[in-house]
Design a protein around this ligand. Structure first.
Ligand SMILES: Cc1cc2nc3c(=O)[nH]c(=O)nc-3n(C[C@H](O)[C@H](O)[C@H](O)COP(=O)(O)OP(=O)(O)OC[C@H]3O[C@@H](n4cnc5c(N)ncnc54)[C@H](O)[C@@H]3O)c2cc1C
Length: 568
């Protein structure tokens, strides 16, 4: 199997092995961490027209703002007492308890804009005091019981791609913390082909699972943009959604059962194919973000690999027309497996920023239909050829009734090919002095237009001061019979003096606005530390009390990821 890519301390998937570093001009530091070559200059990754557009729209001056060298990141000494370290070593083996600088830095926080800003400024105050790697459910359960006894906070670590502060390890009592890296539990334990079930370890990543399933002609089909790095346990802990979730379902829908190790014991949850034995406790573990315990095994629903794939682009004249078109598809149960409707700003940015055959095909098709801009819809169907043909034909007739124009397969295929690329661009944009972050929500078809206006308005107002105009781009990323999710990307000139404050204010304004307009606090990124203050508005004070009572029973000393999910 090819070597897995690794996230880097300050960005997204820059090479970290010395071999790769040689290729990109990086070098290994004295302490084992890697000094990396700077990201490619923006000129290499963005066409000139796009850079000109950003300069004009955002009032942004391109300037080099590289991260501090990794060797200069500030890291406090580990607070883990020697006797605690010893007890952990006796339990897991010395080699599975690490307090070295490189390990702690690699497990510091996640990959939100704020996480990256902190690391780029040289701040690793959220780094764990140690990194431990249990190898089984039994070891994990024993580890949790021991940490509970010792008063050590435990933060499960999957792929480290949280974008909501899920790994920040905040603890009101300021106890020492360990990051529990699940990388040793990353194998396929069994494949039950007749039942379409696969049993896996939580640390496994999507690409490795798909490679294994291919042998049996199966697929999981969960493809978030973080697919190269995130883990299956992380998906379950955050209730992730993938790019094809409209068709195959969210990750919640793919979990048939799981094992949750807690300080109070081990829970086996879920009973496929279905059960009426009381309320489904599996739902309590999904989205629990490590606050109730650690997921140590998952039983997942898989399906036959698709025999055919069809991706194509359509164009609507306006956002309202696009939403109405999707709603009509949803009402007739004709939503494709992949649905992505970009608003006018995102469509325009795609046209400017992309220089490949997909963008050329879109420009050509729009010209031929005497359209400019509008809203691009990318749709994709996967499965058995006759079914794909029939679904596609039926959807096309609904889209035409909705006055959409077909802009071709090359547009859809190009999107498919480049769909994991944006996070790499994010690092180069940050290197050039830009604020770049995303947020997401979902709402009913009725509430969605108001939610869209509210988020845009809040971001524009918050980031638009002092002559700056942010670029706020949105798309519908998943469709449901009752509504859809909205994914928002924002670009703005970064305030070099107070970059963290700048985003905190904008994020607060946007979240207040979307919740007030009827959107959910989060459709698939989870609550983490960043969304905690709003949870009560979503589930009510009694709902929060119920969650607290469950946590109290499973985790009486509150050592399980205390900084996430539940408000202070
Ligand atoms: C560039 C980028 C693109 C992204 N795109 C998407 C997307 O398309 N769709 C989407 O849903 N999300 C996306 N995300 C968010 C992120 O990838 C998801 O939240 C993902 O599910 C996290 O998985 P992970 O393995 O990296 O978990 P981590 O980041 O390691 O952990 C996330 C949270 O879950 C807890 N946790 C992790 N593993 C376990 C476990 N085994 N048991 C209990 N708790 C655990 C952690 O303590 C933490 O609170 C994206 C993130 C980035 C940076």
């Amino acid at each position: 199997m090819p070597e897995q890519p690794r996230l880097t301390i300050q960005g997204w998937g820059r090479p970290t092995s010395p071999r790769d570093a040689t290729v990109t001009g990086g070098r290994e530091g004295d302490d084992g961490t890697l000094e990396l070559a700077p990201f490619p200059d923006l000129a290499e990754v963005l066409p000139k027209a796009a850079r000109r557009h950003l300069t004009k729209e955002l009032g942004w001056t391109q300037r080099p703002t590289p991260p501090v060298p990794v060797s200069e990141i500030r890291l406090a000494p580990s607070r883990l007492a020697e006797d605690c370290r010893q007890r952990l070593g006796e339990l897991l083996g010395e080699e599975h308890v690490r307090t070295d600088r490189a390990s702690r830095l690699e497990h510091a926080g996640g990959k939100s804009y704020l996480d990256l800003l902190r690391r780029r400024e040289g701040d690793a105050s959220d780094a764990p005091d140690a990194v431990v790697t249990p190898g089984s459910t039994e070891e994990t359960a024993a580890l949790l019981a021991l940490c509970s006894e010792l008063g050590v906070v435990v933060v499960p670590f999957g792929g480290g791609t949280s974008v909501v502060g899920g790994l920040s390890g905040v603890d009101a009592d300021d106890r020492p913390s360990v990051s529990v890296d699940l990388g040793r539990m990353a194998s396929v334990r069994s494949v039950d082909v007749p039942s379409s079930l696969v049993t896996v370890g939580p640390g496994m990543r999507g690409p490795a699972l798909e490679q294994r399933l291919e042998r049996d002609g199966l697929t999981l089909g969960h493809l978030p943009q973080s697919w190269e790095f995130a883990t299956l346990g992380g998906y379950a802990a955050t209730r992730s959604a993938g790019q094809a979730s409209t068709g195959v379902g969210r990750f919640d829908d793919l979990v048939a059962g799981l094992t949750l190790a807690t300080p109070s014991g081990v829970l086996e949850l879920g009973h496929p194919p279905a059960s009426a034995a009381g309320p489904d406790l599996l739902s309590l573990a999904l989205g629990s973000e490590g606050a109730l315990g650690i997921i140590t095994e998952l039983r997942l629903r898989v399906r036959p690999r698709p025999r055919t794939r069809d991706y194509e682009g359509w164009s609507f004249r306006s956002w309202a027309a696009g939403l109405a078109g999707l709603q009509r598809l949803a009402r007739h149960d004709l939503l494709p497996d992949v649905v992505r409707l970009s608003d006018p700003d995102e469509t325009r940015a795609n046209l400017l920023m992309a220089s490949g055959p997909g963008a050329r095909a879109l420009r050509g098709a729009l010209r031929a239909r005497r359209r400019s801009g509008g809203c691009l819809l990318v749709v994709g169907w996967e499965g058995l050829p006759p079914l794909v043909r029939a679904r596609r034909r039926a959807a096309a007739s609904v889209l035409r009734e909705s006055r959409a124009a077909r802009v071709g397969s090359r547009v859809g295929e190009s999107w498919r090919k480049h769909r994991f690329g944006a996070p790499y661009l994010r690092d180069s944009l940050m290197d050039a002095g830009l604020l770049v972050e995303t947020l997401e929500t979902a709402a009913t078809w009725t509430a969605l237009p108001a939610v869209y206006d509210a988020v845009r308005g809040a971001l524009q107002e918050s980031l638009g001061r002092r002559g700056r105009t942010p670029l706020v781009m949105s798309h519908v990323s998943h469709g449901y019979p009752t509504g859809a999710s909205l994914y928002v990307t924002v670009l703005a000139d970064r305030d070099d003096d107070l970059p963290i404050q700048q985003w905190l204010l904008a994020k607060r304004a946007a979240t207040d606005a979307l919740v007030a307009a009827g959107g959910t606090l989060t459709h698939h990124h989870a609550v983490g530390a960043d969304h905690r203050p709003w949870l009560e508005r979503e589930i009510g004070p009694l709902g929060v009390d119920v969650l607290r009572a469950v946590k109290q029973r499973l985790d009486p000393r509150g050592i399980c990821n205390p900084g996430v999910l539940l408000p202070d």
